[in-house]
Design a protein around this ligand. Structure first.
Ligand SMILES: [Zn+2]
Length: 425
């Protein structure tokens, strides 16, 4: 209809272009203007303008001659102009991002460069109530910064992952394993930090980390299942994290897998979490006369071939598979990522999950949905905090999907990129 054309918001376009450039440089490490044009698909003048702004803001600097990116420099390109092109990189000195994971009794922190390269990690005990958790978090950040010889002013943004229902305004509406209700966590942190602070559900944060740094870097459609004290789920579709109307989408842990089954921390019966969480695995083993500390202990006994442990893990895997089979039919994800401490027992769950995913009627038309284990280990959630911090500073990480050649660090695919004018300002 005439007069009803979509208007493009120039500020949004600028933010989106900046995000593309930032994430392109983050992936390859070092790139010339021409390579950035080829990688991002932006026109040379736009790349010049965005680079100018990123350099003025102190986020990007000219790389030293001996700094190498993921992709080696191309001698052919330099040969044509008689001098090597100016190469750019994110400025590691531009400040720090801090990511945190709050768990019952524990805070874990990671500090990274603005590009997400880990510099230091810290873990310590935390009080059970919000006051205790917050003061442990503040003390932990100070300890981390002191290790790095950095001041609080070096922190550019802070992201926190919390196990529970977190509203879009960073309020913890309900944290069953923390015992928290209606805690305005973001507002309270913002009172002591003048930089952006983001608080989100721990599993959603972990999904962003997988997309940026982990198992889902080249995957636009995936479902993440994370296990610690509880079981969390996150849905990432078409390059975006699905949050739902209230911000609570993805609560796979409370999907019913057994009518009238085991009692769950949420008060309901038969939830997936009541079979698969760390304490649920411990409880099921204890009832069978096997005492183990956590997923790690269960994994050690499973590796030694202990039949009771293998049977309990296989049963938990079958229930996870039952829940995921419906999710796969509904959403058609490319892969399922198993993350968090749950990764310890993933090898003993995966066969049952794969059996369940092969069973649905549609599987034979759709092809298999892969089950992969997160490479981020115990830092999946803190790195998720870093991903949240990065997201608030430079916009959606999904603004740019790295080409396969960039992920593989392969040379040659972008050949000829430096034919474009080198104008970095
Ligand atoms: Zn439940």
């Amino acid at each position: 209809m005439a007069g009803n054309r979509t208007k493009v918001n120039p500020a949004l376009v600028r933010r989106w272009n900046t995000a593309r450039m930032f994430h392109a440089l983050r992936e390859v490490g070092v790139a010339s203007h021409g390579e950035l044009v080829a990688m991002t698909g932006l026109d040379p003048a736009t790349v010049t303008a965005v680079l100018h702004q990123l350099r003025a803001d102190g986020w990007v600097r000219v790389a030293d001659r001996d700094e190498a990116g993921a992709r080696p420099p191309q001698p052919g390109a330099a040969g044509r102009t008689g001098r090597p092109p100016v190469r750019l990189t994110l400025d590691e000195g531009a400040g720090l991002l801090v990511g945190a994971r709050l768990e019952p009794g524990t805070v874990r922190l990671v500090a990274t460069t603005i590009g997400g390269r880990p510099r230091a990690a810290w873990q310590g005990p935390a009080g059970a109530d919000p006051d205790g958790a917050l003061s442990a978090l503040e003390d932990g950040v100070d300890a981390l910064l002191s290790d790095l010889g950095a001041a609080r002013s070096a922190v550019r943004a802070l992201g926190v992952g919390v196990p529970g229902l977190v509203a879009r305004d960073g309020r913890v509406v309900f944290g069953p394993n923390l015992g928290w209700r209606d805690v305005p966590l973001r507002t309270r942190l913002a009172a002591t930090w003048s930089v952006p602070v983001v608080v989100d559900n721990d599993t959603k944060a972990a999904a962003l980390a997988e997309r940026l740094f982990g198992a889902a870097r080249e995957v636009r459609d995936f479902v993440l299942v994370a296990g610690h004290s509880g079981i969390g789920g996150a849905v990432h579709l078409d390059g975006r994290l699905v949050r739902g109307a209230g911000g609570f989408a993805g609560e796979l842990g409370h999907v019913t897998v057994e009518e009238g089954g085991r009692l769950c921390g949420c008060g309901d019966r038969g939830c997936l979490e009541a079979y698969l969480s760390e304490r649920a695995i411990e409880a099921q083993l204890r009832e069978r006369g096997v005492a183990v500390p956590g997923y790690e202990g269960a994994a050690a006994l499973a590796a030694a071939g202990e039949a009771t442990v293998l049977a309990v893990l296989d049963g938990a895997g079958a229930r996870l598979g039952r829940a995921l089979a419906d999710v796969v039919d509904l959403l058609d994800p490319e892969c399922i990522v198993l993350a968090g401490s749950l990764a310890h027992v993933a090898p003993y769950l995966t066969p049952a999950v794969e059996r369940a995913l092969a069973a649905p009627k549609l599987a034979r038309y759709r092809g298999p949905c892969r089950v992969v284990v997160s490479p981020l280990g115990p830092d999946a959630v803190p790195m998720g905090g870093v991903a949240l911090a990065m997201d608030v500073l430079v916009a959606a990480p999904d603004a740019w999907t790295p080409p396969a050649a960039v992920l593989a660090g392969a040379a040659g695919v972008l050949a000829g990129a430096d034919d474009a004018t080198d104008a970095t300002g």
